[in-house]
Design a binder for this molecule. Structure first.
Ligand code: ARG
Length: 462
């Protein structure tokens, strides 16, 4: 008789080597799934009794036993034996220890292959709810900031060169659009993973008269998976989830990059409060945007998690292979990273102020309203290409004579084209440039306010 009796001991003449137990064990990380493992087992045992596969009394004992393990786990009271390999075997062994032989009936018509697929789906269903909440909180914060900064004008950039003046609110709402898409991607992933894998057993299903729709109902799944081989081999939902996480991280990272630039002395557009920055151990004057930098850095690890899972799945023969145990660490890492980053980023934003004076000054410099001058000529009937060239010459003249548009008088403009009237002087004021772009999607205050209203309605604000 083996000292540490394994469920498969019947076929084996030797005990598993200690080194093998250590090598194959996943308990130190998959025990994180215990709640879902127990929830799934309770539903499975209930279905087994409802289908007449095990006795009602046995199912009742199993459910009681599982609930007591759950309770003790929540209190931090159960210490599993690392020789148990994974959370499924650990819970089952503890159940048998507590209730005796009836516990041995729980694994009827089930394999760890469909069990792990269930646990992860249940886990992700809950995590997607949490992440959605965090994404909504971030969107709300940004919409609030967009409403309060509706008068702030900043220089918009392309190629990191000053391009055209835009509202700071328009910038904030650009990120709301990204986070809305992120939310949709997580929801979509959640919809696809929301089917019951249990019943697929090892890979072929079971010869016992199970009722999968009963288990699905007990676990709140709207449907059951359609192919047992696909079900135990499938990890698409993990790849999809980490991809959705990667895009969210990328969006955060781009925002962070701007915040890092904007908090530099050179820009001076933003100031993150002391409580959300750190200092230097050597340079007394420093105040560093470390949160933003770390989020930018942590984006790399989530991308790494995505590459891990994609590489893990590539070329894997059908159906279940033990390689798949390696899916959990990248998944957990992505979940934790995206959750932590979303939470701290939203908090940091709420403690960041924007220097609208400085932004406005920067927006006015250069020739950020050159396109407005060209559009002015277009409205006088000048073909755009020709208008572009005329304004290019005006800019070249200004550069040569060290002037800006603000220094030009009507007669200066008229030297370049007779179509200029005195309203050109007001047309190129920052507010007018911004507010001219009043179509849907434009940066005019009217268009931005309309989008703010749409978001506020969605968030249930009057
Ligand atoms: N710990 C395993 C995993 O995470 C559970 C499934 C094990 N199945 C097996 N036949 N060894 O993938």
């Amino acid at each position: 008789m083996a000292a540490r009796k394994k469920p498969w001991a019947g076929r084996f003449e030797q005990d598993t080597a200690k080194s093998v137990e250590r090598f194959t064990c996943s308990l130190h990380y998959d025990s994180r799934l215990y709640r879902y493992d127990i929830e799934g087992s309770i539903a499975h045992a209930t279905m087994l009794a409802d289908s007449g596969i095990i006795a009602r009394k046995e199912a009742a004992a199993i459910v009681r036993g599982l609930k007591s393990i759950l309770l003790d786990m929540e209190k931090g009271g159960v210490v599993f034996d690392q020789a148990d390999e994974d959370i499924h075997m650990a819970v089952e062994k503890e159940l048998i220890r507590r209730i005796g032989d009836a516990g041995g009936k729980l694994h009827t018509a089930r394999s760890r292959n469909d069990q792990i697929a269930l646990d992860v789906r249940l886990f992700l269903r809950a995590e997607i709810r949490t992440i959605t909440g965090l994404l909504v909180a971030l969107q709300k914060q940004l919409v609030k900031m967009a409403a309060s900064e509706i008068k702030s004008i900043m220089p918009g950039y392309t190629h990191m060169q000053k391009a055209q003046p835009v509202l700071l609110s328009h910038y904030f709402l650009a990120f709301v659009e990204m986070f809305v898409r992120d939310e949709q991607r997580f929801a979509d992933c959640g919809k696809r993973l929301n089917i019951l894998p249990l019943g697929s057993a090892a890979l072929a299903g079971t010869g016992l008269p199970i009722d999968r729709s009963r288990t699905a109902k007990l676990l709140n799944f709207p449907g059951v998976s359609a192919n047992s081989m696909d079900t135990v081999a499938d990890r698409d939902y993990i790849a999809e989830f980490i991809f959705a996480s990667s895009l969210t991280m990328m969006h955060l990272s781009r925002f962070c990059e701007d915040l890092v630039l904007w908090s530099s002395d050179e820009f001076g557009f933003a100031e993150i409060s002391d409580a959300y920055t750190t200092g230097s151990s050597i340079m007394p004057q420093k105040k560093n945007p470390d949160i933003a930098e770390l989020i930018r850095g942590k984006t790399a690890r989530v991308y790494g998690d995505l590459i891990s899972i994609l590489t893990l799945l590539k070329g894997l023969p059908m159906t279940y292979n033990r390689d798949l145990q390696e899916d959990k660490e990248p998944l957990f890492d992505a979940v934790d990273t995206v959750r932590n980053c979303l939470a701290i980023f939203t908090e940091m934003l709420a403690h960041t102020t924007f220097n609208s004076g400085r932004m406005r000054e920067a927006a006015g410099g250069g020739f950020s309203t050159a396109t407005d001058v060209a559009e002015y000529l277009v409205q006088q009937g000048v073909p755009f290409r020709r208008a572009h060239e005329i304004v290019g010459r005006i800019v070249a003249y200004c550069v040569k004579s060290k002037k800006t548009f603000a220094d030009l008088e009507l007669k200066d403009y008229q030297k370049f084209h007779a179509g200029f009237k005195d309203d050109i002087i007001v047309r190129i004021k920052l507010e007018n440039s911004v507010n001219a772009r009043r179509h849907r999607g434009g940066t005019a205050a009217s268009a931005v306010k309309e989008r703010i209203r749409e978001f506020e309605k969605r968030f249930g604000k009057k």
